[in-house]
Design a protein around this ligand. Sequence first.
Ligand SMILES: NC(=O)c1ccc[n+]([C@@H]2O[C@H](COP(=O)([O-])OP(=O)(O)OC[C@H]3O[C@@H](n4cnc5c(N)ncnc54)[C@H](O)[C@@H]3O)[C@@H](O)[C@H]2O)c1
Ligand SMILES: O=C(O)C(=O)C[C@]1(C(=O)O)C=C[C@@H](O)C=C1
Length: 362
Amino acid sequence: MTKHILIIGLGLIGGSLAKALQRNRDVHVAGYDSSALTSRKAFKMGIIHSSPPSLEQAASEADVIIFATPVGATIKLMEQSKYWKLKDDVILTDTGSTKTQIMEASKKLNHLFIGGHPMAGSHKSGVEAAKEVLFENAFYILTPNHQTDEKHMQCLTNLLAVTKAKIKVLTAEEHDHMTAIVSHFPHLIAASLVHQLDHEEKFPFTRQLAAGGFRDTTRIASANPEMWRDITTQNNVMIVQQLENWMEQMEELKQMLQKNDPEPIQEYFTHAKMVRDKLPISGHGAMFSVFDLYIDIPDVPGVISELTGYLAEEQISIVNLRILETREDVFGILIISFQTTEDRARAQKCISTRTIYDTYIS
Ligand SMILES: NC(=O)c1ccc[n+]([C@@H]2O[C@H](COP(=O)([O-])OP(=O)(O)OC[C@H]3O[C@@H](n4cnc5c(N)ncnc54)[C@H](O)[C@@H]3O)[C@@H](O)[C@H]2O)c1
Ligand SMILES: O=C(O)C(=O)C[C@]1(C(=O)O)C=C[C@@H](O)C=C1
């Protein structure tokens, strides 16, 4: 029997989920967005099967409703859902980056709610950025509440299986504690690093020098400000706690730097490198939204079109392309990003067999 899914909010996450859920032939994916243009685009792009004009009507036909809206809007929609005529055993769920306030709001609902958060994403937003493979190998956190039973949990897990994400069950508090450390607070650090450029008046050229290091560290600062406003205000206590821990550590770091003893300074970097190098790299997850291939290229005209031409011939799609450094007579590094590890492996093989350029994965 066809399962009717309604996704509310057709941006990066709602659109990606819609695409992935369509892999299952037995589901009908209806999509609703407060922007009529977005709903229309999603329908035209084939991301959703139908674009119902009335949210309440669509909700009444759904077996599963997924709120994929910014977390502030999600809480308001959850409130409204109390007045919708829903099927008795409908499952309500969300994709929000915070969980405590959403799970608190779920207690007032008349229907079953299971919190959700796919730990994969990007600094890009909007339906155009939606990718069917976004959640593959990433953790997908579920936060059941007191009403959740095994049957409904299994039902949602089965539905999400096509995303190829790894389901992990946590409490809302565990979720918000951990995401404050690995997702929310890093976002503030990235934004604060970018703000440092505003204070640099002596050498305006500094911005032009922002190369690999600065760009890599601050990529996430390009994400949707409204989404991050909502995340920061909802998980505020955990984030402030994290900031306090960080400031204590920065004080220790400052003291170490003032002593300027090379040994502990190297140890500081060594320990960070060791922990960073051991982080799991198998999925998109919190760490990777794209997969980079590094290629040593000579600084000669036409080399980039030569390489992209080979990839095009073998139908390997690229997501991004950038050069780290090129000087005359010196090899520069071309970084080509791919959507999946499979694409990257095919590209590496293609370039290694067709050229003499060295390729490597960082
Ligand atoms: N971007 C990420 O990396 C990421 C990753 C995992 C989870 N999330 C979470 O998923 C949710 C969606 O994030 P996104 O990146 O897809 O955002 P997005 O900005 O790409 O899309 C959000 C969509 O929701 C729509 N919307 C806003 N208010 C609405 C309302 N009241 N009714 C209907 N539609 C409404 C917007 O028009 C937009 O199309 C957020 O809660 C976010 O915290 C984001
Ligand atoms: O990769 C990115 O650009 C992201 O910021 C994705 C990221 C994260 O912090 O890891 C952002 C917010 C989400 O709730 C989950 C994933």
